[in-house]
Design a protein around this ligand. Structure first.
Ligand code: PLP
Length: 360
């Protein structure tokens, strides 16, 4: 069986030695030493100014919206994981969906300005598959219209644009450290900002709004993560380079083998590095996608329609709207298996089967 993804699991002894240290300290959660250490190490690794380790990537989005006091309408992308839209609704705001660019599959920055009204407070865009949005244009639009910018960087760990971490763009960036993501702490998330005031507010919000033994700075929630999760993150950090190299090799093997496939990959940002988080392909038709997906499943190979359906017409708590590129692309995009343990033989097999389906 070849799944779409498999979490990276480090040698268990390395994890156990961290667990032993947790037992010794008897400090399990609430910003413990391992959580702080993980924050420091990720900060150094990503070369970002400020960062918080939180429970997951969804609470990170919710805290970001709260910390910027957003209200009214938030312009966002319908081509993302549901948490991007649901966080907006959960925080009492309305998502305003703007269509994606048919090449990059990110929000089309050229269409943002037309969606701005007097109720708009922010733009929340996803770096889909780790491919950076048009951050320069979005920044320009935001400053011209006095809007805040949050980036959902759940897929974008390690990516740099113009030599700078992708997480340094916008007012706040979030990341997910969920087990299925590129770098994980079992469950986990990150909040990144270069603004120390915003950082301070987010740190309060993460811890119930508590600002001292007898005082509260503001409305907060429990977004703290545990020492056991931090330990997983710390062990996995040692393998980042190895994981990156392996995923690069797998990606290049797919590229090579699928050269004759009638499909395209999302157009990557010209000044950005790659992190090999996913292997998405946009096929010629939905029918061909369904044929390929079913045929691969018969061989116990599992792909995923990531992202289908469009969030703009699938959520029961929002009125459905159609957006041409999103509706079209979401029907034809398929992510192929990509994870550390995937072998090149398996990649070959997957590619052979797909090409055979094309030639039938
Ligand atoms: C995974 C993901 C999230 C949510 O992260 P969790 O850590 O699972 O809560 C948010 N946005 C996108 C784009 C994601 O892929």
């Amino acid at each position: 069986m070849i799944p779409i993804t498999k979490p990276f699991l480090p040698p268990i002894d390395e994890y156990k030695s961290y667990v032993d240290s947790i037992w010794e300290r008897q400090w399990l959660t609430n910003m413990g030493p391992l959580s702080s250490d993980l924050e420091m190490k990720i900060k150094d690794h990503l070369e970002v100014n400020h960062l918080l380790f939180v429970t997951n990537g969804t609470i990170a989005l919710q805290i970001a919206i709260k910390a910027l006091d957003l209200s009214g309408e938030i312009i966002t992308t319908p081509f993302s994981f549901v948490a991007t839209s649901s966080s907006i609704v959960w925080e009492g705001c309305s998502p305003i969906f703007v269509d994606i660019d048919s090449k990059s599959l990110n929000i089309d920055a050229n269409k943002i300005e037309a969606a701005i009204t007097e109720r708009t407070s922010a733009i929340l865009a996803t770096h889909v598959y780790g491919n950076p949005c048009d951050v320069m244009m979005i920044e320009e639009i935001a400053s011209r219209n006095n809007l805040k910018v949050i980036y959902d960087g759940a897929h974008a760990f390690g990516v740099k644009v113009n030599g700078r971490s992708i997480f340094e763009y916008g007012d706040i960036s979030t990341c997910s450290l969920h087990a299925t993501k590129l770098f994980h702490s079992t469950e986990g998330g990150l909040l990144i900002t270069s603004n120390p005031e915003i950082l301070k507010r987010m740190a309060y919000i993460r811890n119930f709004g508590i600002s001292g033994f007898d005082s509260f700075a503001e409305l907060g929630i429990n977004g703290k993560n545990s020492e056991l999760h931090a330990a997983m993150g710390l062990v996995n950090m040692k393998y980042l380079k190895m994981i990156h190299e392996k995923r690069k090799i797998i990606t290049e093997a797919y590229d090579e083998k699928l050269k004759t496939l009638k499909a395209f990959k999302p157009k990557w940002h010209a000044n950005a590095t790659l992190n090999y988080a996913y292997y998405p392909i946009v096929l010629e038709s939905e029918q061909f996608l369904l044929d390929v997906k079913t045929m691969l499943e018969q061989h116990e190979i599992f792909t995923r329609r990531y992202f289908y359906p469009s969030l703009a017409n699938a959520l029961p708590y929002l009125p459905p709207i159609s957006l041409e590129n999103t509706d079209n692309i979401s029907k034809k995009v398929l992510c192929l298996p990509l994870y550390y343990d995937l072998t090149l033989e398996e990649v070959n097999l997957i590619c052979r089967l797909i090409l055979r389906a094309q030639n039938n």
